[in-house]
Design a protein around this ligand. Structure first.
Ligand SMILES: [Zn+2]
Ligand SMILES: [Zn+2]
Length: 78
């Protein structure tokens, strides 16, 4: 059922890398991976200059691109 183009929980593909995704409420033109960790960190500062980041809730500005699951040594499988 399509009631409109404003649906929460909907994501769109990142046109830059093609593999990332952007939340519907995120007005960035590229995904977090493409924006970079520096952009994510800047969003955590009170004087964030990015208007897109300023619209996001603080909880959503946390960088999710990094994590312990990121393996840097190929060939080491469980
Ligand atoms: Zn991307
Ligand atoms: Zn931003």
């Amino acid at each position: 059922m399509e009631t409109g183009q404003e649906s929460q929980g909907c994501v769109r593909d990142c046109l830059v890398c093609g593999s990332g995704y952007i939340m519907s409420f995120d007005r960035h033109s590229q995904c977090e991976s493409c924006l970079g960790i520096e952009h994510a960190n800047a969003a955590l500062t009170p004087g964030v200059s990015c208007s897109h980041c300023a619209r996001l809730p603080l909880a959503l500005r946390q960088p999710r691109t990094i994590g312990p699951s990121r393996r840097s040594t190929p060939g080491q499988s469980p």
